[in-house]
Design a protein around this ligand. Structure first.
Ligand SMILES: Nc1ccn([C@@H]2O[C@H](COP(=O)(O)OP(=O)(O)OC[C@H](O)CO)[C@@H](O)[C@H]2O)c(=O)n1
Length: 321
């Protein structure tokens, strides 16, 4: 406990970290999404620069998490490598500790995993992009690879690509597999710009949650793709979000799931008391507006302190026996 400037006692967080999502930078003029929402491709890197400056000013953040889609799919392909490097370099200006990246669909429109993962410093075998880390003994972060089973990012004849195309052919009747036309409700998630978690990653997740439970750690699950329909459009959900959540619900250790992809942002608490917070996109910030923030982590809650378009959210953990 410390005394605040108002004279009230406050509890110090165990640790803090910065967060930002969907920078989707490209050196191209402003444009719009498929559905007509304005996108500010050049301004988004300025949002990131302001974020890093603020995180450095705080001098308390232990690390930063980038929730994916570092560069936009409209980035001219001969500029992809340079554009990703340019955004990574901006993240590297963070002085407090490591920056943890995850991959999104727009990253994969630009570069194959073999080029992308080293640039994002995601150490992996065979192109896998899932990992975990524990910044303090009380907490564990799990970063999922939502494009493990995906029709983008793997060579066309790769087993994971073939598995993804099979799912899309079975689930999506449209010729354009990015289109949800004629699909109903939650089935609308079976779009090519989404993906799924494969069996091996599910087994790995099971092992991490078991170990975290034994160590009495609180777990924060991070994925580019949202895991709860209450917090995002069904068109943005992980294909097998239901299987992943069924696994997570078998344990009591996961307290919060954080994601990007659904640019508007969102928030829900699911039937097991797990908080789902979707992070507002930096890409959709008009001139001189921002969408970044930081999270203060306590024993009993995560408190997201957002800037501008990123809403602040207090996530108190559901009591477990
Ligand atoms: N009905 C649609 C929607 C999109 N597309 C094409 O799919 C590609 C990806 O779309 P985009 O909106 O850029 O994807 P984001 O990751 O930025 O956003 C995801 C959603 O917001 C999730 O809720 C792009 O080439 C679109 O033109 C399409 O063909 N048909």
């Amino acid at each position: 406990m410390v005394l605040s400037s108002s004279g009230l006692t406050t509890t110090q967080p165990l640790f803090s970290f910065g967060l930002i999502s969907d920078v989707q930078y490209a050196d191209i003029p402003d444009g719009r999404s498929f559905l007509g929402v304005p996108r500010y491709y050049r301004h988004s890197i300025l949002v990131l620069q302001r974020a890093v400056k603020e995180w450095n000013t705080h001098q308390k953040h232990k690390f930063v998490i980038n929730f994916g889609d570092i560069v936009d799919g409209f980035c001219p392909k001969d500029q992809s490598l340079g554009a990703v490097q340019k955004v990574v370099d901006e993240f590297e200006m963070f002085r407090g500790g490591p920056v943890y990246h995850m991959i999104g669909n727009h990253c994969l429109y630009n570069l194959p995993r073999s080029k992308l993962l080293p640039l994002l410093k995601i150490q992996s075998l065979d192109g896998r992009a899932y990992y975990d880390f524990s910044p303090v003994p009380e907490y564990r972060f799990v970063v999922l690879d939502g494009y493990d089973i995906s029709a983008i990012g793997w060579p066309q004849d790769h087993p994971k690509s073939l598995e993804a195309m099979k799912i899309l052919r079975e689930k999506n009747p449209n010729e354009n597999k990015n289109s949800p036309t004629g699909m109903e409700g939650l089935e609308r998630r079976f779009l090519m710009f989404n993906g799924g978690i494969g069996r091996e990653q599910m087994e790995w997740l099971d092992g991490v949650l078991l170990e975290a439970t034994k160590k009495k750690q609180k777990v924060v699950v991070c994925c580019h793709l949202p895991l709860d329909a209450g917090a995002a459009s069904e068109k943005g959900l992980l294909w097998n979000y239901d299987e992943v959540m069924n696994l997570i619900h078998r344990y009591n250790c996961v307290k919060v799931c954080l994601a990007g992809h659904y640019h508007k942002g969102g928030y829900s608490i699911d039937s097991h008391g797990i908080h789902h917070r979707i992070i507002e996109a930096a890409l959709e910030c008009p001139l001189d507006t921002n969408a970044f923030g930081h999270i203060d982590a306590y024993h009993d809650r995560l408190s997201l302190v957002g800037t501008d378009r990123m809403k602040s959210t207090d996530m108190h953990f559901y009591p477990t026996s």
